[in-house]
Design a protein around this ligand. Structure first.
Ligand code: NAP
Length: 287
């Protein structure tokens, strides 16, 4: 039987609808949530991501600003901009679009964002709190994946979750959130031996690698939940994931598509974190 589809697009729309009234309440009380996005350089993919984020903000009434900097901007100037945003009471969330040009020290820049405004959840404090099991802001992509698992009532406790990829943005925080939900977690990466055997052990398989169709049907346990984070281009230019969707869906129990899976959820969780930041500041967070 073919796998059931985890529709990230529909779930993200539900989440955005639920945020709408929270934003309206904040705005009426004089605390309109605001997200500042810094975009450096002219990478076309980054420009599209930033535009989509700004548009998503606008649709639910979050103010957004895009600060465009040329790719020759120095690190000091970038840090000064971030400092200004840290101090700006109208700004509740700050996001620096990565990748940054090579002359910029990405960790230093991410650390310079006030952790209370780090709605991407990438600051060391937020990463550390997630590691401790007491998250303040969760990294948006893994946070969205946890919501996807929740939406299908996926049993997580005691299950074997395998995360392919160990980036600070996706793989590592994903593993921590699954661990906090009492999964038994394995993290695999480019140096992992016998990747296929490890993947085949997974009840929940999260692919966050960035290699087109790395996960093939023979790497998936029948009935497993397969979440595809990857965003790759096929030779004919189409967006596709790390999972060979057409074949894996014949084996898996649940599967998330690309596009229409994790991508829209990442944006929905960015909005969620921004609204939460504004609620924390306004002390109007519903209990
Ligand atoms: P990343 O920083 O490049 O990390 C990729 C990870 O995959 C690394 O840990 C790497 O291992 C591992 N890896 C590479 N080749 C491998 C292989 N052959 N077998 C096993 N592991 C391998 O990427 P990322 O930022 O985590 O993103 C991963 C993918 O998700 C990308 O396609 C990205 O575009 C996509 N993404 C999508 C969203 C969304 O919202 N849809 C959000 C974020 C990312 P090493 O550590 O050993 O190098």
């Amino acid at each position: 039987m073919a796998a059931r589809i985890i529709d990230g697009k529909a779930l993200a729309a539900e989440i955005r609808n639920a945020l709408f009234s929270r934003v309206a309440r904040l705005t009426a009380a004089g605390h309109q949530p605001g997200l500042a996005v810094i975009l450096m350089g002219d990478d076309p993919a980054s420009a599209v991501y930033v535009r989509n984020k700004a548009l998503a903000c606008e649709q639910i009434g979050i103010r957004s600003w895009i600060d465009r900097l040329s790719d020759t901007t120095g690190e000091l100037e970038l840090l000064a901009r971030i400092n200004k945003l840290n101090a700006d009471q109208n700004v509740h969330g700050i996001l620096v679009q990565t990748p940054l040009p090579k002359h910029i020290g990405t960790p230093k820049v991410l650390e310079s964002i006030a952790f209370e405004k780090d709605v991407d959840g990438l600051h060391a404090t937020n990463a550390g709190l997630t590691l401790m099991g007491t998250p303040y802001f969760r990294s948006c992509t893994p946070y969205g994946i946890m919501k996807m698992l929740e939406s299908i009532d996926a049993p997580i406790e005691g299950r074997h979750a395998v995360v392919l990829g160990r980036s600070n943005m996706v793989g590592k925080p994903m593993a921590m959130l699954l661990l906090a939900a009492n999964a038994t977690v394995t993290i695999a990466h480019s140096k992992t031996r016998e990747l296929a055997n490890i993947a085949r052990e997974a009840d929940i398989l999260v692919a966050a690698v960035g290699r087109l169709h790395l996960v093939t049907a023979d790497m998936v346990k029948p009935g497993a939940i397969v979440i595809d984070v990857g965003t790759n281009r096929t030779p004919d230019g189409k967006l596709a994931g790390d999972v060979d969707f057409e074949h894996v869906k014949q084996v898996a129990g649940w599967i998330s598509p690309v596009p229409g899976g994790v991508g829209p959820m990442t944006i929905a969780m960015l909005l969620t974190n921004t609204v939460e930041a504004a609620e924390r500041r306004a002390h109007t967070k519903p209990h």
